[in-house]
Design a binder for this molecule. Sequence first.
Ligand code: 13P
Length: 252
Amino acid sequence: MRKPIIAGNWKLNKNIKETVELLEALKKELADIKDVDIAVCPVFTSLVDAAKAIEGSNIKLGAQNVYWEDSGAYTGEIAPAMLKEIGCTYVIIGHSERRTYFGESNETVNKKIKAALVHGLLPIMCIGERLEEREQGKTFAVLEDHLQGGLEGISADDMLKIIIAYEPVWAIGTGKTATPQQAQEAHKYIRDFLKKKYNEDIAAAVRIQYGGSVKPANISELMAQEDLDGALVGGASLKVDSFSQIVKGARK
Ligand code: 13P
């Protein structure tokens, strides 16, 4: 049985004060939840305060990006050990916004995943097709490309530490969620890929999140799909009510 995981990707939103306020409210609202893993990914500058705010709670911390080197002349970057040091459990890698605006590729995603794993961070690897790729019938080809490149050289043991987030780019921030059937079809493709690359047990164990306009109103029908194990939530993770409802709606 895969335990559902709901993670909030706060993107470039909320200062330290707002971060701590939201976390204090979420802690109260979600204190009883034991059957869903919960994570929040605030901006880098809020992570230290966020870690203190959620200490001892059932909410875990993630970062939105990481670099693959440990130290050196890499202006503006942050190393995996530094995220671990301040209490991060997860790190989002290869979000489509990073691929689109910051030139990330399968190759950089792969390096980041490997570096994160070395330092005990659990990667949330994002993959997904753009609208024109879907319209051209290339969805599975894109998923295969992202999976093959991103997971190049990753051992079976390490695969068990990775969460895959299927985020169709056309559904991100658009209010246009993938239908449960579209999501399930992609998630099944991803699980079948893992079966071929690794084996049945690994494929059955890896959690696959859906991301793209997840809201309280659509979480239950998404979670009802066999291969959907949680969500990576953008906009709706910024408010206590909507995020709490999504977490509660993710109970299978
Ligand atoms: P929205 O939930 O705002 O569509 O964003 C999804 C996302 O990009 C999560 O990583």
